[in-house]
Write a protein that binds this ligand. Structure first.
Ligand code: GLA
Length: 387
């Protein structure tokens, strides 16, 4: 697993400083970048993310009682304390400890044991970038607490579902399951094609000479949860219109023939989901066979659909996507990644093209007067693990 050793050291030392002893276990769960398959997960569709070499590390120590005491090392050593004997209440929206309280409450519902614990937390996933810092925190805490309570190998899908439950009920975002599954189940060097109806995943090797570039648009994702929840509600309403359990159940023909009396916005939301599912399955094949030309076409079409039909891009993101695609040429492609409304873009391209792409991105920033942002070339990382 590619984890920054300084992060692990920081967490180990932070635990020692707070609790005056060594932790019993350390766990790490990564963030993710989604290659394609956007806003499809909560429509029971397909996604193709991979874990990234940034994540959340958690140190845990056993306690003799049922209390949980946690220190957030990245937030000026903020502390949260509660007793498992009483269900911990939800704090104000946006409070970091809702992740902890949520996962602690979720674990028993998903078949896991829990226990009192001393906990130190730190991470290095860029915040507000759409790289799933939140999922990596939930999965790391879930894996850590369940392992501390009973040293068995956690069921990874159940772990992801517990972290998703926590997002829904404590954090306040009605997210799909992609981020948590990517964090919990990914394999080194591989993307994960997930069927979000069955929650089953299939590893897709990313050829060794292929690079993944992640770049921040410079637009911080704001007011995201409400817009996200609104898109989700629109998709569910469209599924009801078509009389299907989820938009996953529609093909292009059913989409068109059942269109009567559906308003234009709902139709376009549904069209994005139907077309994106088909693109995601085709993209997994293209990646598997190293066909970067086809993959690039699919990524560009995904971006256009998210811009025109799903309407979750912003002009700065569109402009950067265009600039990146121009620099990449026909072999590979770039698109927005994650929930949208700013955040990051992702490109997949031959490794030898990375320097030219990065130069084009920097030049774009200079010409557009945008402050230089996060720009990384990564390989897919392993999912959550005990250290
Ligand atoms: C966020 C959510 C995911 C997924 C993406 C969009 O990252 O957490 O579940 O819906 O947006 O693809």
């Amino acid at each position: 697993m590619s984890i920054d050793p300084t992060l692990v050291e920081r967490v180990r030392q932070g635990f020692g400083a707070q609790f005056g002893r060594d932790p019993d276990i350390l766990v790490h769960a990564p963030g993710r970048v989604n290659l394609i398959g956007e806003h499809t997960d909560y429509n029971d569709g397909f996604v193709l993310p991979c874990a990234i070499p940034f994540g959340t590390t958690v140190a845990l120590g056993r306690r003799a009682d049922s209390k949980v005491e946690a220190v957030a090392l990245d937030l000026d050593a903020a502390i949260d304390r509660f007793d498992l004997a009483m269900a911990p209440g939800r704090l104000a929206e946006g409070h970091w400890a809702n992740h902890l309280r949520g996962i602690t409450t979720a674990l028993p519902h998903f078949g896991f044991a829990t226990t009192g614990a001393d906990i130190a937390i730190a991470g290095n996933v860029p915040q507000g970038a759409g790289l799933s810092s939140s999922a990596s925190l939930g999965v790391a805490l879930g894996l850590g607490l369940s392992t501390l309570a009973a040293a068995y190998e956690a069921d990874r899908v159940a772990l992801a579902r517990a972290a998703q439950w926590s997002e829904h009920h404590y954090v306040g975002c009605a997210c799909g399951i992609m981020d948590q599954l990517a964090s919990a189940c990914s394999t080194d060097g591989r993307a994960l094609l997930i069927d979000c109806r069955s929650n089953s995943g299939e590893d897709v090797a990313v050829p060794a000479n292929t690079a993944i570039v992640i770049v921040h648009s410079g637009v911080t994702r704001g007011l995201v949860d409400s817009a996200y929840n609104e898109r989700r509600a629109q998709c569910e309403a469209a599924a009801r219109h078509y009389g299907v359990a989820a938009l996953r159940d529609l093909d292009t023909i059913a989409l068109e023939t059942g269109r009567t009396e559906l308003d234009d916005t709902s139709f376009r939301r549904a069209r994005h989901v139907v077309s994106e599912n088909a693109r995601t399955i085709a993209a997994a094949d293209a990646l598997r066979t190293g066909n970067l030309c086809q993959l690039g076409d699919l990524m560009r079409a995904s971006h256009a659909s998210l811009r025109d039909d799903f309407e979750v891009t912003v002009p700065q993101v569109d402009a950067l996507a265009d600039r990146m695609n121009a620099a990449i040429g026909s072999e590979g492609g770039a698109r927005m990644t994650g929930g949208g409304f700013g955040g990051c873009l992702v490109a997949v391209l031959p490794a030898e093209g990375v320097n030219a792409l990065c130069a084009a991105i920097r030049e774009h920033w200079d010409t557009a007067g945008i402050e230089h942002q996060l720009l990384l070339a990564v390989r897919p990382s392993a999912g959550a693990a005990l250290l």
